[in-house]
Design a protein around this ligand. Structure first.
Ligand code: PGA
Length: 251
């Protein structure tokens, strides 16, 4: 499996007509020149089946969230089984906006991961420290705990389906990117943590993405670092030109 990945996270943006235009533009751009990385987009859930119907062989679809239970009286929620039944291949888990706005804990996220894996949907597990934690030097401890508590109950086989996204909360949507040194340092720490638990081979094949104000101007520098396998892109994934430039930054 190609370790290099670029994933867009559209969050709660775009009308249906704008979403279709963006998806079609991306599809034609990628059929003109193939990407060297896996390309994923995570649109709002209500657009997933419509975009799946457009059938792009160069773009995989991701949900932004799912419920931990398979079905039931959970008004407004979507299960992993539903995502799988629509051909959705990936799902974000534990984005900082969900951790902060909905109080999602590592323990809850571990259950979402289980639900996704049971349905053969690949989790994109997000982790990252807030500014105070970086300032106090606790960032490795915080990210280490998020990874261990959310993922380390998995078998090695299960874990090999997980993508990790490191997104320092202070860099998300702020225009303040982590330096490529800061990203590399944390990604190397995450890979080492994975290696200690699952061994070198699995750690070596795990995709670890950077997210947080990654854009067309800084992607190349970030992706050039040995443990930065790509990006989870918010704002800059909403424009075809910018997102394409980021995809092409993989060289
Ligand atoms: P941003 O968001 O690129 O707009 O900072 C990244 C994310 O939240 O995944």
């Amino acid at each position: 499996m190609n370790r290099k990945v670029v994933s867009g996270n559209w969050k709660m943006n775009l009308t249906w007509s704008e979403a279709q235009t963006l998806f079609k533009d991306l599809t034609s751009e990628l059929s003109r020149q193939k990407a060297t990385c896996r390309v994923i987009v995570a649109p709002p859930a209500c657009y997933l089946s419509g975009l799946a119907a457009l059938k792009s062989s160069d773009i995989s679809l991701s949900a932004q969230n799912c419920h931990q239970e398979p079905k039931g009286a959970y008004t407004g929620d979507i299960s992993a089984i539903m995502l799988a039944s629509m051909g959705v291949e990936y799902c974000l888990v534990g984005h900082s906006e969900r951790r902060q706005n909905y109080g999602e804990s590592n323990e809850l996220l571990s259950r979402k991961v289980n639900a996704l894996l049971a349905s053969k949907v690949n989790p994109i597990y997000c982790c990252g420290e807030v500014l105070e934690q970086r300032k106090s030097g606790d960032h490795f401890k915080v990210v280490g705990a998020q990874i261990a508590q959310g993922l380390f109950h998995l078998s090695a086989d299960e874990f090999s389906n997980v993508i990790v996204a490191y997104e320092p909360v202070w860099a998300i949507g702020t225009g303040e990117t982590a330096s490529s040194d800061q990203a590399q340092e944390m990604h190397a720490f995450i890979r080492k943590t994975v290696a200690e638990k699952y061994g070198e081979e699995i750690a070596h094949s795990t995709s670890i993405l950077y997210g947080g104000s990654c854009n067309a101007a800084n992607a190349q520098e970030l992706f050039s670092r040995p443990d930065v396998d790509g990006g989870l892109i918010g704002g800059a994934s909403l424009k075809c030109d910018d997102f394409t430039k980021i995809i092409r930054s993989h060289g």
